[in-house]
Each structure stands twice: as C-alpha cells, then as structure tokens.
Ligand binder design. Structure first.
Ligand code: NAD
Length: 277
C-alpha cells in the first residue's frame, strides 16, 4: 500500500515511498508537484535547505492538508542542513530557518546533507539537541560511507535513524546496505531512477514488459523489496502517480537477481569521498 511505513530505530514510522523535490522550482512548480503527490496518496516529502524550495513545500503541505482533510501528523517531512551551515551553532540556526520557511512547528526527519570533514560531528551534536528538544522526530545523515558512520558512531549519543545515499540498479551499494542494516540505520535511495537515465535500460524494459509496468516502476519496486526507502523526483502529475503505483505486484527472485546484476558501481551524482565542500 502506498502509505506503508517502515519503523525506524526510534519507533517513528516513515513511508517507504516519498516525493523528491530537488530542482523543483520554488513557487508554482514545487507547490503543484507536492500537492498532486499528496492528492494521489504520497505522505512523505524530501526537501533540503539547498533546494531553495522549502517555502513552496510548506505552502503545498498546508494547502493539501486543508483540501484533503488531513492533519499535519499524516505528512512526513524531511529536510537537510547544507554544508556551509555545518558546525554546532550554525546548524541550530539553519534548523530554525528551515522550520520557519516550511512554516512548521516540527520536522519529521532532519539530515546532515553531506559528511563535511572536521564538521559533521559538531553538526550531529546540534541535531541531537533539536531531537532531544522534540523539534524533530528523527535525525539522520546523507551521503555517509561506512568510514564516516564508524567515525560518527564513536561519539554519537543517538544512532542515526536514516542514511540517504545514491542508490539505484547501477549503484547497488550492497556493503553499505548491509552495514546500515546491522547498525539499525535505514537506508534511503536518492536518484533511485539514476536521474531518469535508467528508464532506457533494455533489461529493465524487458522486465517491465513482463509485469505490465514501466521501467521506473520496476526500479522503485526493487528498492522496496531490497528494503530501501525510495524518493523519486517528478513534477509531472502523471509520472508522480505512476511512480506510486508499485504496491500491487511483486518481482520474483530471478528478476531481483537480474536487476542486482546491473550494478556497475556507477554514480550519476557526487562521490562523498571526493566531494569539494
Ligand atoms: P531521480 O532518480 O528521482 O530521477 C528524476 C528524474 O527522472 C525526473 O526529473 C524525470 O526527468 C525522470 N522521471 C521521474 N519519474 C519518471 C517516470 N515515471 N518516467 C520517466 N521519467 C521519470 O533523481 P533525483 O531527483 O536526483 O533524486 C530523487 C530525489 O532524491 C531528489 O529529488 C532529492 O529529493 C533526493 N536527492 C538527494 C541527494 C542528497 O545528496 N541527499 C542528492 C540528489 C537527490
């Protein structure tokens, strides 16, 4: 079911599927996308301070709650602290700015966007503070490799609930997936469709034909079956609806293995170990 959730390590429930809004333009474009997603049943939205669309996301959520007879608690909102604001005090400030732009009184999931060397531990202490104050229901990280997590966990009081990383059939991060699973950290896939480039893959097209689904739906279904939260991005209402129609079929073992075999350790986005902060 579209509103199925996974229980995070602190008991908070997070939907398996959410709408990503990177590059959705502030204003009309993001407002429409978020509203149409909620209309078709999405209950999770992934934004970030760096996307410069938190105001539109907040406006859309407020309007959608009104128009669909929902309450704030029905929607799961993720945002992230950007690299230039990392550090203890600056992160506390960035958090308040996001809250106010989103026009919310709490955030569901707050993430460290990238593991900025020498800073992410201070940033994490700030996340632990807002978490303890009840201003955010869960805290986590993004783009953390195993060594970043090992390092963070030596000092962390709170174990991250989520690690959001680039993850798709050409970048099946098996070792990272298993490590996160062992630590009770839920993996979440960004660029699940490889920025849309993977839908042209011939083997995915063949599998899609077999199930009467699209390649995008096959990839997103695969995410769920490997236990990874997924947040495809689209601002097109038909694609938004299509990407959510993945709860009425199951990929068989052979197809799961065939998709896994597409791995090339290929990144479309930045590599956390070679990121210029
Ligand atoms: P994606 O893999 O979700 O691909 C999105 C693109 O695929 C769309 O722009 C559209 O062109 C195409 N598309 C979407 N649905 C389609 C469909 N059904 N059929 C055909 N084409 C379709 O790429 P993304 O936007 O990079 O990633 C998704 C979300 O992940 C982002 O919006 C953002 O919320 C998050 N993200 C996070 C980070 C991070 O560092 N934490 C980095 C990148 C993205």
């Amino acid at each position: 079911h579209l509103q199925d959730t996974v229980t995070l390590n602190n008991g908070v429930k997070m939907p398996w599927l959410g709408l990503g809004v990177y590059k959705a333009q502030e204003g009309d474009e993001v407002v429409r996308a978020v509203k149409s997603a909620i209309q078709v049943g999405y209950r999770s939205i992934d934004t970030a301070a760096a996307y410069h669309n938190e105001e539109g996301v907040g406006q859309a959520i407020a309007e959608a709650i009104q128009e669909n007879g929902l309450s704030r608690e029905d929607i799961f909102v993720t945002t992230k602290v950007w690299n230039t604001m990392q550090g203890y005090e600056t992160t506390l400030e960035a958090f308040e700015t996001s809250l106010s732009k989103l026009n919310l009184d709490y955030i569901d999931l707050y993430l460290i966007h990238w593991p900025v060397g020498g800073k992410y531990k201070d940033t994490w202490r700030a996340l632990e503070k807002v978490y303890k104050e009840g201003k955010v229901r869960a805290i986590g990280v993004s783009n953390f490799n195993i060594h970043h997590l090992e390092d963070l966990l030596t000092d962390a009081e709170v174990v991250p609930a989520v690690n959001q990383v680039e993850f798709h059939p050409q970048l099946f991060q098996k070792e990272l997936l298993e490590y996160n699973h062992d630590k009770g950290i839920q993996l979440e896939a960004w660029s699940p469709l490889g920025q849309g480039k993977l839908i042209e893959d011939e083997s995915l097209k063949a599998i899609a034909a077999k199930y009467g689904k699209t390649p995008a739906q096959i990839i997103l279904r695969w995410d769920l079956q490997v236990g990874v939260i997924t947040i495809p991005k689209s601002v097109n209402e038909h694609r938004i609806a299509q990407n959510a129609d993945i709860f009425d079929f199951q990929l068989d073992g052979e197809d799961m293995a065939a998709i896994e075999a597409l791995n090339q350790n290929k990144r479309f986005g930045s590599d956390p170990d070679n990121f210029i902060f």
